[in-house]
Each structure stands twice: as structure tokens, then as C-alpha cells.
Design a protein around this ligand. Sequence first.
Ligand SMILES: *Cc1c(COP(=O)(O)O)cnc(C)c1O
Length: 446
Amino acid sequence: MNLYRTLPSVDTILQWPGFENHNRELLLRAIRKSLDKLRCQISQGCIDVIDPHRIRREIDAFYQYLLTPSLQTVVNATGVILHTNLGRAPIDESFFWESGRIAAGYCNLEYDLASGKRGDRHLHAAESLQELFGCEDALIVNNNAAAVFLILNTFAKGKEAIVSRGELVEIGGSFRIPEVMAASGAKLVEVGTTNKTRIGDYEAAIGEETALLMKVHKSNYTIEGFSAEATMEEISALARERGVIDYYDLGSAYLPELPWGLGQGEPSLPKILVKAPSLLSFSGDKLFGGVQAGIILGKKPLIDRLKKNQILRMFRVDKVTLALLERTILAYRKREYEKIPVLRLLFASVKQLEKRAATLKERLPIPAEILPSETYVGGGTLPNRKIPTVVLALEGDPEKLETAFRAQRIIGRIEKDRFVLDMRTVEEGDFGQIVEAAENVVRSEE
Ligand SMILES: *Cc1c(COP(=O)(O)O)cnc(C)c1O
């Protein structure tokens, strides 16, 4: 029998019950793809009967695939709060509803409601940041990498920027200070050594061409043992004395004092601002816990010069980012820290995590053990600083469990040869999805 002949036609399949409300274009694509696959299987001799149920399943699966965006939600059960691969900082869903109303329609992005004239998009977040920090001025760009580039390009293009050899960092995703500097047109002048740089090293390197003294946060490594670095205070004082700009690339910044002793040697933003560096910048979606953005704070005349750089046009943020960022800043002003998910996850006590673990364990169809463990904040912040956590270690082959859960978009980790779900980054809202995934795992093993 010729199997090809027994394949139903596209027109026949279109009449099958249940397809009435499907999008016709997408359904046609799904049908053609499924029939192509079947023809291929026939030609390879993989099938010997045409089963309409099987065709139906293929079409349904392909149709579903066409409807699903590539970007999908996952449950972060890795315990790493700022997981670079999982979208870095989570944002409270209510912020999207609230700012969605502003961003979806028309808004006063560049319109001055008082005068009826053209306004400045950079003023919106700047004003709320001034309120929050009492800083002179602020500027928002797409991310902190853009902030670094813009600052170097504006002030040190064709001139020299001095950086310690201990701070020539590479951030994940190939952001390297020397290369960003070269691209910006600034000439890098390295001072000191890998482990020790003193203020005198900066001082000795200042010359006619010096535009800027830059300090870079060692975001993802530490230098221990016989080591020293110049403080921002020393660098700022020296810069003032010699008439050059001092700039601190903080990488990440946080406001309320951190738990778990994380603040040791990592001062909060208000404490850094007291020392009044001319310029500083940090990411909006690291410990600050907001949307992807580069936040620049500093002296008004310097921010004004940044605003005059043509390149800012390429780095400026849109109304969606601005609306979300303003909402996050408002949460800080109102001290609604529980609405900043990064802080909520970070501050959760071990007792809370134990309770979370016990509740989830109760609902899981797979036997599990509640164990104390340790995790990291992640995302290029607070390197080598562990924080306590509680994990649910599942019974069974760790690799198989990891794969099976990942197939259902639950990302855990393997620790001491066990597959674990880390409660530091899992909240009650995730339990339903985890339980359903576990039920599917159990079913597939039966
Ligand atoms: C993370 C980081 C950057 C890059 O910030 P993005 O917001 O990811 O662009 C730059 N410098 C330092 C020191 C960092 O830690």
C-alpha cells in the first residue's frame, strides 16, 4: 500500500473538529510541518500505518509551539538571587500593572505639562533620584556598561584615564575595562600592581593629559592577603586638588544595610554618597533590584556635559524602562523594601526558608530532605560572600531529575550528588509549578 496516499489532505485536516477557533495561518503552518515530518518518516521506513491521532498530536504540539514566545518564565531554584542567565533582578509584578498604564499609552516623556512645551526625558528619573539620594543630578542610560562608556567618551576621549592594575576587571559577557576604554577613545594609564595600589601611584601618574581618575569595583573577584587599594575618599580628594574628575564604577549599589554581614567592606550607596565622588554609576538590575539600566549620579555640570554628548542618543532609555525604574525608586522612597524582590529574597530568614521547605516538601510527590546550605547573591556583586540557605534535596538520580525538571522550566542545582531546590530564590507562588513538574516526573517513571 502506498502510505503517502493514505495521508489526509490539508483541506481534510482543516475540517477536523476542534480546529474551528484556531488561527488559520498558524494552523496551516502546523499542518504542513506535521505532514512534512510524516512524509519524511515514511520515506525512511520509520512508520507503516498512518494514525490520525498521532497526526493530531503532532499538529497540536506544533501549533502550541508557534503560539509560544521564545522568552518564557522559569522557576529559579538555583538559590542565586541575581542570576545573570535567568534575567538578573526579578521585579514585582504589580510594578508592571502600575507602570504599564503609563508606558502603554501616551505620556509626558518629553513634554512639560506646566508650560506646554518640549520637556526633557532625562528629568523624570533624575528628579526622583535627587529626592531619594539628595544628589546634585542624575542620568539614566541603558545599562551600566553604557554608563562607563559614555563617561569615558565624554571626559577622557583623546586623554588619559588612570585606573589601578588591581581593578582592570572583566565582567561576564566580555565587558573588559581596558577594551571599553579603548573603544571610548580614552587612553588607559595603569597604576600600581595587581595586589597593591596606593594613592601615591595615582598622584605620580597625573600629567597634562589626565582627565579622570577611575575606581572600579572588583565585582566578581577578591584580592586577599598582602594587598591594599586607594579608597574613593583619597581618590576624590586627590582629583579635587589636581583639577581632574573622579569617577567610581560601582557595578552594583544597595540602600538598606544588608543582612548576613554582607555590608562589611561593601558600603551602602548612602555611605558612598556622603563622600561625594564627582561621578558614580551602577546597574539598575543588580542589588538595586530594578530594571536593566545604568544609573549615573553626580555633580550637575558633569551630568550636563554627559547630556550634550551625541552618543547619549544611542544609550537613552525608553518610556517602558523609565516607568518601571521610577516605580522602583518610589518603592525605595516609601521604604517598601518588601516590594523589591531582590531584597525580599535576600532578607528572608533561615526560619522562613525552613518553613517554605517544609510546606513544599509536604506537597511534593517525591521524597525529599530539608537541609541547610549556602548560596551567593550572584550577578557580579559581593564576590565570594556566602549567605545561608535551606534546600530541598530530592530522592533519585540527580542528573535525571535535573534534566526532567529543567524540561519543565524549573532550574535547580546539583549539590553533593543530590538534585536540590534552593528555597532562597523560590517563593510560595512557585510551589504550584514545582509540584506539577514533580507529578509529571513521577508519572513518567511509572
Ligand atoms: C556589572 C558591572 C558592569 C556592567 O553593568 P551592566 O549593567 O551589566 O551593563 C560594569 N562595571 C562593573 C564594575 C560591574 O560590576
